[in-house]
Design a protein around this ligand. Sequence first.
Ligand code: ZN
Length: 462
Amino acid sequence: MSMFEDIPVDVGVIYEGERIRRNNMQVELGGPKQPAKFELVRAKKMDEVEDEKVTVIGPDLKDLPEGGNVPFGIYIEVAGKDIEEDLEGVTERRIHEYLNFIEGIMHLNQRYDIWIRVSKKSFQKGLNSFTYLGKVLARLYKSELPFIEKIQITFITDPAKVKEMYDQAAEIYEARDAKARGMKDEEVDTFYGCTLCQSFAPTHMCVITPQRYSNCGSISWFDGRASAQVDPKGPVFAINKGDLLDAEKGEFSGINETIKQKTLGSVDRVWMYTGFGYPHTSCGCFEAMAFYIPEVEGYGIVDRGFNGVTVNGLPFSTLADSGAGGRQVDGFHGIAIEYMRSPKFLQADGGWDRVVWMPQSVKDRVKEFMPKEAIANVATENDVKTVDELTTFLKEKSHPVVQRWKEATVEAAPATEGEEALDGIAFPVSTATVAAGGFKIIFINAKIHAEKVIIKRDKPKR
Ligand code: ZN
């Protein structure tokens, strides 16, 4: 690409899925080991931006320790006559895509979760200054998003400056998120779709409503609206919500039609407010995963920033893989933290009455939006370590899920001795083997829906 002649490495879509392993990395910027890191875009007036200016605050790439991990911030200021604050969120989301176009750069996540690696190979080819990254970003932004007339970019590695700007960024993210709070999905005719994640998850489309944030937690309904207005043919577009088919589950004819078209028929039905049946698909960049814990009939929630193992013994990464990739997997549901502040949060499953565990840090973030009882009823890593301990905790608290256990026992009662009956259940099966008449049937990653399941204990033949 002649547009990038002066850049020492290649730039193009083909590098987007590139993974850089620890052994091959020159340096790691941000990531789980750094408490403060951010990327932020702000809309400015024309005279406040010096076009294509790139600034580095702190040590540049070539001066960072080889194999090291450093605090990091990207601050982008844009100006243009059509630019308004509501365009900041979607503009910011593009950093992910554009940085990944650079050979030897891996960018993950967004906002306060960013995690970037620079490969040794590209560093040796001469990619040894953030100035190159800035040049690529500036040119891609101006060619891809014509509403951007001027852009200036600052990279920050100075730890004190990263921390200072991180605190400011956190306030700006909060103000953006707060904007749609109080609005209802019922009050608007238009939702927004986002296919920015299709390069990683081809059958994924986020549906963004006032009460359900994009999975990545960085595009609100307002952001979607602003983006669809200036760039209607782009990856963020309007969805006419159509007919309401199910208010409780959140099914709309317009969503079904649009997702069918945008995923080439792979997904043709979505229920917005549940993790079961036809749940909203999960891409790969969701902020948190709601995972069903069948033993207690409730949801655990774990966010990307949680470094330990959850109550079922699995870390975020394993649980995330169980639901990611644009699939609809019962009981593994990628979500944004902001969605947890929504009254529609897992509404069809019982909402907060169904949540049993989450990290203390997430609880602290969403506490003021949780019902009072739920604050006491939902366990964290400080309360319980195992599902057994969780079971005891929930009983002690008389958590609403405990009522479900009783109902299940009553329903099972009429079954004859040696049989157990479960009514109206749907459960995910990773691998199951059924022996019947000398045959063995193996289900792999199957989804089983049944009105009634009867499990008979084999009596040994005499
Ligand atoms: Zn995504």
